[in-house]
Unconditional design. Structure first.
Length: 117
């Protein structure tokens, strides 16, 4: 129950706890909260998806859009693929619909990104 759908309950609980702690400490508090290893498992799953989609982008020569992700999950993708010389990543979209676009390098040089990412 504490994890919720796609970790939303866990993230909301972490946010509330950090706000409460910040008020008590009278400064910003960074808090890491995990239940039953959910964050670790989710980060691993995001890494698997990112690597698979990067391979797809390389073989197809076309951009691949990942599903909407939290800022933390998007950061995992960007860090994982930053040293891959064949692709680059960009975050596209707004708010909770924000996602990562994986772009083969030869495509990213030839065509600017439009509204679709």
């Amino acid at each position: 129950m504490l994890i919720g759908r796609h970790g939303q309950t866990l993230e909301a609980f972490r946010y509330l706890l950090s706000k409460m702690m910040a008020k008590y400490a009278k400064r910003r508090v960074s808090l890491f909260l995990d239940v039953e290893g959910y964050k670790r498992k989710r980060a691993e799953r995001v890494r698997e998806i990112a690597l698979r989609m990067a391979r797809r982008a390389k073989t197809s020569g076309r951009r691949v859009l990942l599903p909407p992700m939290s800022a933390e999950e998007r950061r995992v993708v960007h860090l994982l693929l930053r040293d891959d010389e064949a692709v680059e990543t960009r975050s596209v979209g707004e708010g909770s619909r924000r996602r990562v676009s994986i772009i083969p390098k030869d495509v990213s040089r030839e065509t600017p990104l439009g509204p679709e990412g």
